[in-house]
Design a protein around this ligand. Structure first.
Ligand code: GTP
Ligand code: MG
Length: 343
């Protein structure tokens, strides 16, 4: 996703004998230069000169250089952090069982809600993220979602080299008669995809007038949002120029006036789906307020008692484990296999 970034090693951190970063730097008193301890010891066994000046030594003593050691340790810690960030940025979103070696690691859960009217493509989008191109071969009953479906994913890179990131995706029913059951998901989500069908400008209006308003009245103050213009395949093929420019202008105006990202996708073909999710996840993790909630308040939204918390934390894993075995079964739109019963 991004190129590898590394800090330049200051020359003073390198031992003049080994040309490597020092772990135990010592100062040779006579020439005032720092060397790696084992390297200067070896040098002085065979030589009676300064490795740097080549002049004969009258004083062969050396003392630890604590200041340099501290500076090198700080540099290495910073470099390690950068390397961990570089590794993390190459993450992909996965559906299925988390690697066994991660099962005991601490988990952070990010909640993302799919919001938008009926038929805009929320379930199709979630299915694409689950199954990729195979999504089109998974048997789906062509019914609308009737209860919020929770689907769990994990990122295949550890965050800060230690946290497993679990993504809880909520696929909300878009039909108006189910709207009242969505309040919990407005309140708890850290990020939301506001989805429109780009071939139907009324779905954009519904986002402006209802879904966005609900999210901002009931949701977290700092929730990260993306305006999703779905069905670009149909938009490009079937819509005339006049309609397209009206729709695009309105979508861009809405997104820029609310400082949200806009993304053109096709949930059916999978265009831009992974990229869009990756961008949203990174924005959530870069949002200090949300990150604090995710790291300190993870899973405490419904119940603060430790027993319930433990149970909920395990749920993510359990759900991921179950999802592997249930994948080949008939996967209807509203199949409970993706619903986590504890929430
Ligand atoms: N051509 C095309 N069709 C799409 C796309 N996304 C979704 N669809 C179709 O749109 C219809 C509705 O998609 P759903 O994913 O069920 O819509 P939904 O938003 O989940 O609807 P509700 O569950 O009622 O809220 C289905 O027939 C999908 O195949 C897309 O990007 N391109
Ligand atoms: Mg649906």
């Amino acid at each position: 996703m991004t190129g590898e970034y590394r800090l330049t090693v200051p020359r003073d951190f390198l031992c003049p004998i080994t040309r490597e970063i020092m772990e135990d730097p010592v100062v040779l008193i006579e020439d005032g230069r720092s060397y790696e301890l084992y390297a200067i010891e070896r040098w002085l066994r065979d030589n009676n000169t300064s490795p740097m000046t080549n002049k004969p030594l009258t004083d062969r003593r050396y003392i630890p250089n604590f200041n340099l050691k501290n500076a090198i340790e700080e540099f290495c810690a910073q470099q390690e952090l950068i390397s961990a960030t570089n590794r993390f940025l190459s993450f992909n979103i996965h559906y299925g069982r988390i690697p066994t070696e991660w099962e005991e690691k601490p988990m952070l859960k990010i909640r993302i809600s799919l919001l938008g009217g009926s038929n805009v493509g929320k379930t199709t989008l979630a299915r694409y993220l689950q199954y990729g191109e195979k999504a089109n071969f998974v048997h789906l009953r062509s019914t609308s979602t009737i209860g919020p479906d929770l689907i769990f994913f994990y990122l295949d890179q550890l965050y800060e080299d230690r946290y497993v990131i679990i993504i809880q995706l909520t696929d909300i029913p878009g039909m108006e008669r189910y709207e009242s059951c969505c309040d919990n998901h407005f309140r708890s989500c850290h990020g939301a995809l506001l989805i429109t069908d780009s071939t139907d400008i009324d779905t954009l209006e519904r986002i402006e007038l209802y879904w966005y308003e609900q999210l901002h009245t009931k949701g977290k103050e700092h929730v990260e949002t993306t305006l999703v213009c779905n069905k670009i395949d149909l938009f490009e093929e079937n819509c005339d120029d006049t309609y397209r420019s009206i729709y695009l202008e309105r979508a861009e105006h809405f997104s820029s006036s609310h400082s949200m990202t806009i993304c053109h996708v096709s949930a059916l073909r999978g265009d831009n789906i992974q990229v869009m999710f990756k961008q949203l996840i990174l924005r959530i993790l870069q949002n200090k307020t949300l990150l604090k909630q995710i790291t300190t308040n993870n899973d405490l939204i419904y119940d603060t008692s430790s027993t319930k918390k433990d149970k909920m934390q395990k749920t993510s894993t359990i759900q991921l484990l179950n999802s592997r075995t249930s994948r080949q079964i008939d996967i209807s739109r509203n199949s409970p296999i993706n619903c986590c019963k504890y929430f």
